[in-house]
Design a protein around this ligand. Structure first.
Ligand SMILES: Nc1nc2c(c(=O)[nH]1)N[C@H]1C(S)=C(S)[C@@H](COP(=O)(O)OP(=O)(O)OC[C@H]3O[C@@H](n4cnc5c(=O)[nH]c(N)nc54)[C@H](O)[C@@H]3O)O[C@H]1N2
Ligand SMILES: Nc1nc2c(c(=O)[nH]1)N[C@H]1C(S)=C(S)[C@@H](COP(=O)(O)OP(=O)(O)OC[C@H]3O[C@@H](n4cnc5c(=O)[nH]c(N)nc54)[C@H](O)[C@@H]3O)O[C@H]1N2
Ligand SMILES: [Mo]
Length: 825
């Protein structure tokens, strides 16, 4: 049931290739005039661009002509390439170089490194891999979880690390991801699919048919700026049409969110304020109203769902908790009056209603519940599978809602070993530990070694791994509770990081290898992760700077140490351009007869892209609605499961047989711990970055930072009470950590709600536990517990803090200037 995004997209492209589609000729754009030679085509997750290269330097970036809604983020490309944070040379932590596994691990993070040669760095890396396999076994090596890397089908760095390490021996991996850990675990039980990574009803149909459009914790205008592959930004054309319809009062759009989102501001739509983490009481009260006022679709529930009768007693207060889930019960918790709740429920039932959920709402404790309950509400409304009705969990992501062209997409460099390949070490004895860790529990695995935890119907035994490799991710940006992770890292003998920018994950490593950026290598990419609108050439803009190398070259060189012929076995005897030719040619073959790609590779490479025609609009779950037997869902019963016998049988206390309200460990607005820490801190995804990517681009950072710090958004009245003015430095703290950030006062934020965007670079004054973070990474403050025994997912949205004005001198932000180079000792 667990599908990585990579696997998912792979399956999607197989699915896509099996659609019967008419054949098209290459559209006219593809024959457009060739660009002048110095303008190169490339792309990244924030869009395709043309880059002007003069004398080996990128001097200008402009959006690719197909992209009608480019993002400001492309201005960060030069900032990344030429920024002071570049990882320039292989570096080894000074004390580790001297003492290896006996180094003083409490000094990890002091940022003192020795420059070494590539040969020495890779020799050491190899020796450490050998030591792990010989002295311990596969349980001792953790191969991290690749994160948001850079796009590009060949160079995608995770594949390179995974393949190269697998050729050496087995290791401990991860399951799930940070984005949708709770959602992707619960939804297969409820709707038979992760839903979060599925194509959704086309915008075109929503615009035509939907009467009530509810953005529930969803901010597409902000979040569609980036995609998993090179993003086309096509969805924005539909959002512009939606704005027009809102202005003409032809559609009722409501954003259910504690804050006025960028989408709400853009559309000028209605805002329904809900207390943070209190959506469940609101939703239960909606269900209660629909039930009591007989506004729900009994026929739909009969034909398409199971278990409603087991859920109703809970609504009516006839089960253990004896609480009837009336609007009067919900109102003080969710902050919406009982009358407004009833009005909202009636409004939903009266017309064609499309619910669209974002993901932050499931990145909280018991994050499974609002997702499950969303499906229950949609089922009660009876519109699942109707054009413009039902539920979506992903219209804010990678242009979901733009129809899939149906074309096959290029494959990738293999991360797995071929059937005939044998690793150097074949030992698979994990000594009773699990070979995977739920991704957000990687810190716990170090702090509670050998402990057995529940996870999605099975047991996971935490491995006390000794060595970790991080590539394509910023572990010290994404994982919760960084002070806790500092303690955990002291268990590690060896940490290896590969990156092109000196993130905190480099600072807290022992061996750092300089990868080059995607702008310093050749690649090809799918243009539009879900729309599959084409294939894009990613031309190398400049040669790898300093001593950086592509991940492919790095791991090929590492593999040469495994033995004779191993480098070739790794690369399958192809070089970079050989691989691109192969991936393109295979894609072209797969599309033959349906989508003509008449150009040979060389010609494609010169032109820079191939575009496919837009696909046909479609409706999610329409086939299931049409014939629930023939198109049964992937749930155990084939129906929508309002009650899950399977989950009930797991016997978990924090995720039971049907959706429920569970109080949180921390919750604002009168909830637990709110007296001590009165502010709920949301760490939503950043407007002008991709997580921590681009934070290092100074030119871009300067457009939003405050006194050199990450902006901290808060309500003006709250600020006034604390004597805080717009632009002041403030200290934000709780019992887990403290950050120094710059106040931005805005009425978009209600009292008690503050925002610190995810991905701000962790920049502690020193390596000690509890040290002040001088730039403002939200994970200095977040809670590190599992969402529940079902998903064990990240809970970053469950976080309370306190705020005070900063007094006196402030330490300078120290995260962006790379390592301190010292002499070998
Ligand atoms: N508080 C809080 N925390 C969160 C979240 C939240 O909402 N709030 N969200 C979570 C979510 S949903 C996610 S997806 C994660 C994101 O967490 P990450 O995936 O760790 O985020 P990125 O900042 O994109 O990290 C990618 C890193 O890979 C590097 N990189 C890029 N290309 C290459 C390459 O070709 N080779 C190598 N070697 N390195 C490369 C980049 O420089 C960057 O440092 O964060 C999670 N953490
Ligand atoms: N610009 C940009 N876009 C991105 C990314 C990025 O880093 N930058 N990252 C991409 C990735 S990897 C991911 S996972 C997605 C993330 O997608 P999401 O997780 O959906 O995005 P967020 O922006 O974190 O949050 C969306 C909205 O949820 C609201 N919200 C938070 N908590 C609650 C709650 O308790 N109740 C209600 N009703 N609303 C709540 C927030 O106020 C916000 O408006 O974005 C993707 N898109
Ligand atoms: Mo994510």
């Amino acid at each position: 049931m667990q599908q990585s995004r990579r696997q998912f997209l792979k399956n999607m492209s197989i699915m896509a290739s099996s659609f019967a589609m008419p054949s098209f000729l290459i559209p006219r754009e593809a024959n457009a005039q060739l660009p002048t030679p110095e303008w190169k085509v490339t792309g990244c997750q924030w869009g395709a661009v043309r880059a002007k290269v003069e004398n080996g330097r990128v001097t200008e970036i402009k959006p690719f002509e197909f992209d009608k809604h480019p993002t400001e983020m492309i201005n960060g490309i030069k900032g990344i390439l030429y920024g002071e944070a570049r990882v320039r040379y292989p570096m080894v932590r000074v004390d580790w170089l001297k003492n290896r596994q006996n180094s003083d691990r409490s000094r990890r993070g002091d940022n003192r490194f020795v420059r070494v040669s590539w040969k020495e760095a890779l020799d050491i890396f190899y020796e450490e891999l050998e030591r792990m396999q010989k002295d311990y076994g596969p349980w001792a090596l953790h191969t991290g979880n690749v994160g948001w890397r850079s796009s590009g089908q060949f160079h995608s760095c995770g594949n390179h690390m995974i393949r190269a390490i697998a050729m050496h021996g087995a290791s401990v991996g991860t399951v799930g991801d940070y984005s949708t850990g709770a959602g992707q675990t619960i939804m297969p039980y409820v709707l038979g699919n992760t839903e979060v990574y599925s194509q959704g009803t086309s915008w075109e149909i929503i615009l035509k048919e939907t009467e009530n459009l509810i953005f529930w914790a969803s901010d597409p205008v902000k979040n569609l700026q980036v995609g998993w592959n090179c993003e086309t930004h096509e969805a924005y054309a539909y959002l512009e049409q939606l704005k027009q319809k809102v202005a003409e009062k032809k559609i009722n759009v409501i954003s259910v969110d504690p804050v006025k989102s960028k989408t709400q501001n853009f559309l000028g739509c209605e805002q329904l304020y809900v207390n943070p983490q209190a959506d469940m009481p609101f939703m239960l009260a909606i269900a209660h109203t629909l039930y009591k006022e007989n506004l729900y679709d009994k026929d739909f529930l009969d034909v398409y769902t199971l278990g409603f009768e087991k859920f109703v007693p809970y609504l009516l207060g006839e089960t253990e908790d004896k609480i009837e889930k009336t609007p009067e019960w919900a109102a003080p918790i969710c902050g919406i009056s009982a009358e407004k709740i009833r009005e909202f429920a009636r409004m939903l039932a009266g017309k064609r209603t499309q619910l669209i959920f974002g993901w932050a709402i499931q990145r909280q404790q018991h994050g499974e519940q609002p997702y499950w309950m969303g499906a229950v509400l949609a089922a009660m409304l009876g519109q699942i599978g109707l054009p413009g009705g039902g539920i979506s969990y992903a219209h804010h992501y990678s242009s979901i809602g733009v129809p899939t062209s149906g074309a096959a997409t290029p494959g990738s460099f293999p991360s797995n070993l071929g059937e005939e390949q044998t690793p150097k070490y074949t030992n698979k004895d994990y000594k009773g530990y699990s070979d995977v860790i739920p991704v957000a529990r990687v810190t716990d695995s170090l702090l509670q070694p050998g402990e057995s935890i529940d996870y999605n119907g099975r047991k996971i035994v935490y491995a006390p791994y000794k060595m970790a490799i991080f590539t394509g991710c910023n572990q010290w940006g994404r994982q919760s509770d960084l002070n806790k992770m500092k303690k955990a890292f002291q268990q590690l003998e060896t940490v290896v990081t590969l990156n092109y920018s000196w993130t905190a994950t480099c600072r807290f490593a022992d061996i750092v290898l300089p990868a080059c950026t995607p702008f310093e290598r050749n690649d090809i990419d799918t243009y539009g992760s879900y729309s599959n609108r084409g294939v894009l050439a990613m031309h190398k803009l400049v040669e790898p700077m300093y001593e950086s190398r592509s991940d492919f070259e790095i791991f090929k060189d590492l593999c040469s140490r495994y033995g004779e012929g191993k480098a070739e076995e790794y690369s399958l005897n192809l070089d970079e351009m050989g691989w691109l030719n192969r991936l393109y040619t295979e894609c072209r073959r797969a599309n033959r007869g349906r989508f003509e790609m008449p150009r040979q590779f060389d010609e494609f490479w010169k032109t820079g892209y191939v575009l496919f025609p837009e696909g046909k609009p479609w409706v999610r779950h329409a086939d299931f609605r049409e014939d629930p037997e023939l198109h049964a869902l992937g749930t155990p019963s084939g129906f929508i499961e309002i009650y899950s016998t399977k989950i009930a049988n797991y016997g978990y206390d924090n995720c039971k047989g049907h959706p429920m309200w569970f109080e949180k460990d921390e919750r604002s607005h009168g909830g637990p711990k709110s007296e001590q820490f009165p502010f709920w801190m949301q760490s939503v995804h950043p407007d002008k970055r991709l997580h921590s990517q681009l934070c290092e681009a100074k030119n871009l950072r300067e457009t939003y930072s405050v006194q050199g710090r990450e902006p901290f958004y808060m309500n003006p009245q709250d600020a006034e009470k604390l004597g805080i003015k717009d632009g002041d430095l403030v200290r934000v703290f709780n019992d887990r950590g403290q950050v120094l950030v710059g106040a931005v006062l805005s009425d978009d934020f209600p009292s008690g709600v503050v925002r610190l965007q995810e991905g701000a670079w962790y920049s502690p004054v020193d390596e000690s536990i509890g040290a002040l973070d001088t730039y403002g990474c939200p994970n200095t403050l977040t809670l590190d517990i599992g969402a529940s025994k079902l998903s064990q997912a990240t809970c970053v949205s469950t976080c309370l803090v306190n705020v005070e004005k900063w007094q006196g001198d402030a330490p300078a932000p120290n995260g962006f200037s790379g390592p301190v180079e010292v002499a070998r000792q």
